[in-house]
Ligand binder design. Structure first.
Ligand code: NAD
Length: 284
């Protein structure tokens, strides 16, 4: 049986680790050729070698235009086309109170998290418009849709990715190019292991922490493969009428139903007579 992205060619930034590595492996298993683009040489090469002849590693700093252009050109040069651009590389970046963040930390963080996505879209578009097909995916975050979930600059970048996604989708639709964002919640990867347990290699311990955090889907930590599956679907022809959208993959966290998630014990969880005049006499 043909794979779900059989014959397609993908560039995956941040492909050395976490979401990117899981997506590279899954897309390759589903028939794609992949360019693993990452700043980390050793782990990036390892992912590509593990996949075999359907993968190549390109050392890429996603905040540098020439590097992003080279990753895209490698896809075309080595595999003949570019069907999927996954702008996924990321860092946590500047943290701390808004009145204390140094400007250079803001600039650096925006470079890695937002300029990178702009560059990925720009260079993918130059190939995909000529091809009259393709899918551009970018990794946002639940910090981009709700306040208070991430550092300020990270949140700004991840919100902006959603706006850019909609705008570029509107522009590229006539060329048959789809553009979408993925909005992860808490998933155990090197980045979140570093933040949650202070050790980027302790991905399984991070998963334990996330398993205990209350999302409506109990006892289940987000993992990298959840994002890989979302990227696979969005990249595949099964999602052929999906563009401009942001697919939230967060175990229900941003439904805001943490309280109600106590098996019907939240304010509105238990069955009560119809509340007709809550505004007049309070709820309940
Ligand atoms: N893990 C989560 O819970 C979560 C939630 C929301 C969003 N995200 C986003 O998902 C994306 C992937 O993160 P992850 O969780 O897989 O983390 P990860 O640390 O496992 O992977 C991130 C990868 O990006 C690469 N990278 C960092 N800076 C780079 C640069 N300048 N150029 C090229 N590569 C660079 C790293 O080398 C690494 O391989 C990021 O954009 C992150 O912000 C993650």
């Amino acid at each position: 049986m043909a794979g779900r992205v059989q014959g397609k060619v993908a560039v995956i930034t941040g492909g050395a680790s976490g979401f990117g590595a899981a997506t590279a492996r899954l897309m390759a298993a589903e028939g794609a050729s992949v360019v693993v683009a990452d700043l980390q040489d050793g782990p990036g090469r390892q992912v590509a070698e593990e996949i075999g002849t359907a993968a190549v590693f390109v050392r890429t700093d996603v905040s540098v235009e020439d590097d992003v252009a080279t990753a895209v050109d490698t896809a075309v040069g080595r595999f003949g086309r570019l069907d999927v651009m996954f702008n996924n590389a990321g860092i946590v970046g500047a943290v701390g109170p808004i009145d204390e963040i140094p400007l250079e930390e803001y600039e650096f963080t925006m470079g890695v998290l937002l300029r990178s996505v702009f560059l990925g879209m720009k260079h993918a578009a130059r190939v995909m418009k000529a091809q009259e097909s393709g899918v551009i995916l970018s990794t946002s975050s639940i910090a981009g849709v709700m306040g208070g979930l991430g550092p300020h600059v990270y949140t700004a970048a991840k919100s902006a990715i959603l706006g850019l996604t909609r705008n570029v989708a509107a522009e590229l639709g006539p060329w048959g190019v789809r553009v979408a964002a993925i909005v992860p919640g808490n998933h155990a990867t090197a980045m979140t292991a570093d933040v949650s347990v202070g050790d980027h290699t302790a991905v399984e311990r991070a998963a334990e922490v996330f398993r205990e955090r209350k999302t409506p889907l109990r006892g289940r930590a987000g993992v990298a493969e959840d994002i890989a599956q979302a990227a696979l679907w969005l990249a595949s022809d099964d999602a052929g009428f999906v563009s401009g959208t942001a697919l939230v993959v967060d175990g229900g966290l941003t439904t805001g139903s943490r309280e109600a998630a106590e098996r019907g014990q939240g304010t509105f969880g238990a069955r009560k007579p119809l509340i007709r005049q809550a505004g007049l006499r309070g709820i309940g």
